[in-house]
Design a binder for this molecule. Structure first.
Ligand code: KG4
Ligand code: ZN
Length: 351
């Protein structure tokens, strides 16, 4: 009897994952690839807000201060000790190099001291795998629209061995555009949630801001023209001394981004004959994007899924989920694992 219990306990997979790629210090515990026992996030937003964006040097320093308390908090919430862990997962890129290094060094130290496997995770793969947290029966292949502060891509998530980029932004990421316009409108940082809130009071058709389609069949994106058009309008209006209709500008800007994201996602699903569409990344928390995508795909019978907002923005639970699947593929790192600020998505799977 005692022996059986011991076997059951030792069969339990408990992955501790660490995420420090930008301005969130996060640690999560995933049990058996299914249950998130803890997902502790220390957000640095208040620290960076006065600067209107993330200050890399300050981010690294805060990660250093917070990483141990955050890990301790996650272990306490999961009601386990370090000795119970069976593997350590960590984001090693892309991201801010100084920020990534804090997580990577911590993960390596823990894996070495506890003599358990280390798993390096690509940050965007983490965002994509966030979809499996609440949709464990999600069937692949699926099309994934990855929209974050640093990336905007359409990805063919073929299997746990292969991910293929179908298109990406040629200039700004969608989240970056939200942040920039929010700053100009005086809405603060981060811009996405602030613009979404303000857009709720405005008319999405009050302005015909430009949409960049980049030619028939293109799955790439460009948001720099839209950003310039909004900035030009704001500058001209200020120069004339006129009042800026903040709610209408927010609604019009959000509508222009959402329309391009939704149309290109549907086009990609049609071109590659994919019946499941998933969203990933911070901008995937946007309600207008979710509603519009679901509305426009309703007649096609395609399934559209997304993670809860807490799993859309940066968090370690998504890293733990991705680490679990890397573990199943036997994809482990050694202690030479290093932070890689520019890490292509496809290269991660071709190791
Ligand atoms: O994935 P994430 O937390 O960090 C990166 O990996 O970049 O994404 C952060 C980005 C920010 O640009 C933020 O403004 C945007 O996601 N964001 C949103 C919303 N919530 C966060 N954008 C639009 N609507 C939202 N509700
Ligand atoms: Zn992210």
């Amino acid at each position: 009897m005692i022996c059986q219990e011991a076997i059951i306990i030792s069969d339990r997979s408990l992955i501790l994952a660490i995420e420090t790629s930008c301005d969130d210090t996060s640690a999560a515990v995933l049990e058996d690839g299914r249950n998130i026992l803890a997902n502790t996030i220390y957000s640095q937003i208040a620290t960076h807000r006065p600067f209107g964006g993330v200050v890399p040097e300050i981010a690294s320093r805060q990660h250093l201060e917070q990483i141990i308390p955050v890990i301790d908090g996650a272990l306490a919430e999961a009601a386990i000790s370090l000795q119970d862990l069976t593997a350590i997962g960590v984001t090693y890129g892309p991201g801010l190099v100084g920020a990534l290094l804090v997580g990577v060094a911590q993960a390596k130290a823990l894996a070495y001291a506890l003599k358990i496997p280390l798993i390096g995770v690509h940050h965007l793969v983490g965002h994509i795998y966030a979809n499996l947290i609440e949709h464990p029966n999600l069937k692949l292949p699926a099309l994934c629209l990855v929209v974050s502060g640093g990336h905007t891509s359409l990805v063919l998530w073929r299997s746990h061995q292969e991910i293929k980029m179908l298109g990406a932004t040629l200039d700004d990421a969608a989240g970056e555009a939200f942040d920039k316009i929010a700053r100009e409108l005086g809405l603060g940082y981060p811009g996405g949630p602030a613009i979404e809130k303000m857009a709720g009071f405005g008319d999405p058709n009050a302005f015909a801001f430009p949409r960049a389609w980049l030619g028939k069949g293109s799955l790439d994106f460009s948001f720099s023209g839209l950003k310039s058009a909004v900035l030009n309008y704001l500058n001209n209006t200020k120069q004339r001394g006129d009042q800026i209709p903040i709610a209408d500008v927010s609604a019009g800007f959000q509508e222009a981004i959402v329309e391009v994201l939704v149309e290109k996602t549907i086009l990609a699903a049609q071109m590659h004959d994919l019946n499941t569409i998933v969203l990933a990344g911070g901008v995937a928390a946007n309600q207008r994007l979710r509603e519009s995508l679901r509305q426009k795909t309703a007649a096609t019978g395609r399934q559209v899924l997304w993670p809860s907002p807490v799993y859309c923005t940066d968090n370690a639970a998504m890293i733990a989920m991705a680490a679990y699947y890397r573990q199943l593929e036997g994809d482990f790192a050694d202690l030479s694992l290093n932070a890689i600020p520019y890490l292509p998505l496809e290269a991660f799977f071709k190791k």
